[in-house]
Design a protein around this ligand. Sequence first.
Ligand SMILES: [Zn+2]
Length: 318
Amino acid sequence: MLIGKKYVFDAASLQFTRHRRNTREKLIRFSVWFGLSVLMTIIYAFIFHQLFGSPKEELLAQKVDEMKLKYTLLERKIDYSSAVIADLRSSDNSSYRAILDLPLIPENISEGGAGGINKVGDLTGYMNTELMMAVSSKFDDLKTQTNIQYNSLTELTVRAAEWKEMWAHLPYIRPVNVTMRLGDGVKFREKHPVLGSPRWHFGQDFRCPLGTEVYATGAGVVYYAGNDNDGFGIKVVIDHGYGYRTIYGHLSEYRVKRGQKVTRGDMIGLSGNTGISTGPHLHYQIDLFGSHVNPLWYFGDSLTEDEYFMMLDFLTRP
Ligand SMILES: [Zn+2]
């Protein structure tokens, strides 16, 4: 029997004859087949879906995994950057800010002030909210830490520039380039070599030949140049700012004038023996806010060790 063709037994002719279906029968037959096919398709699709999920869903799941991985990697990068910044903060606090006399960055501020306000509220209601919020919050902290560190660096740069300027002005070298005998330092003289009376000596003397070049020991403005009969003979006074003034006395001549700007190492005059003096020497004095300070502490590394101890030695002599 051929599929799709129907034969019926004809009792009259005693043989099978082909039965021709009418349109109605054909329609019913088609509907049943079609219905079954649809049903089977649905059942297959359902089973497949249960077992494997749809390709689209699979793709989405892969994307979600990928995003999670990306977030996790991002989190690691943020952690690393935070650690680097914490390191910077630590060296800032322990070195630069301490050296440059700036207040330290408190730990709680530099951590970025986490917690409190829900800074990432717009991330609620998602499948991976927790992960997203954690990363976002860390990133916010990192931004805050970076800002604080940036501000600190700016502050350090400004302060360093100020200090550089200040160091250029402070008296820091010796005023004459002599390696010969140094003279008296700051000490009480029982008997002044000329006046004979007891008197304090508030400077450092350098014994040097007449006409030895005398240098400004720091940047500043010439406050006085001349002889005002105060015992120092011809003298130059330089105002360095920051409360400092240096006085160079007993000169034979001065080479600067009042109001002139000088930098460290500029020649300002020649040594001599003017004023109350027993021999050619330079009297070098440093005043800080009007009080005398010991020049011995202001020679930086311009003195050799021998010279330094020679000066100390002079202090203990009568
Ligand atoms: Zn002196």
